[in-house]
Design a protein around this ligand. Structure first.
Ligand SMILES: [Zn+2]
Length: 138
């Protein structure tokens, strides 16, 4: 898909590097506990369930539902000035109710967004070499 804006690019850090590499490959990657299997988002060194320090990265389906959303009407960054109104959504992934990503919805008018609507991931070019995980109606 085409580049979206001149918003600042994400800085892969804090253990989320594999998430961002996955986006650039067109794969939605989530960290999972290697002992008990609990998914973790945001990525973190220790499992909140079993305290294991071991983890692995799993390609997930990219399917989920809109958990919540808001419409931004006031530009909070100079790059947003020409973009408002735009949506910011929380998408709950099918694999685990605790996997809730903050993202944007594409391919749907803001007024047509509904909580609970099924969505699937799409990877949108942000700038050369950087793709962002966004979601569209499924
Ligand atoms: Zn665990």
């Amino acid at each position: 898909m085409a580049a979206t804006s001149n918003f600042p690019a994400p800085v892969p850090e804090f253990g989320a590097e594999e998430f961002w590499r996955g986006c650039n490959r067109g794969e939605l990657m989530m960290q999972r506990c290697a002992r008990c299997g609990k998914f973790r988002w945001l990525p973190q060194p220790m499992c909140p369930v079993c305290n294991s320090m071991e983890s692995e990265w799993i390609k997930v389906s990219g399917r989920g539902t809109v958990y919540s959303y808001t419409i931004i009407t006031h530009p909070v960054h100079p790059a947003a000035a020409g973009r408002v109104p735009y949506n910011v959504a929380q998408v709950q992934l099918d694999e685990d109710p605790d996997l809730i990503l903050i993202t944007n919805l594409v391919g749907v008018k803001n007024e047509d967004i509904r909580i609970g609507m099924p969505v699937r991931v799409v990877f949108v070019d942000h700038e050369p070499g950087v793709k962002l995980a966004k979601f569209e109606p499924a």
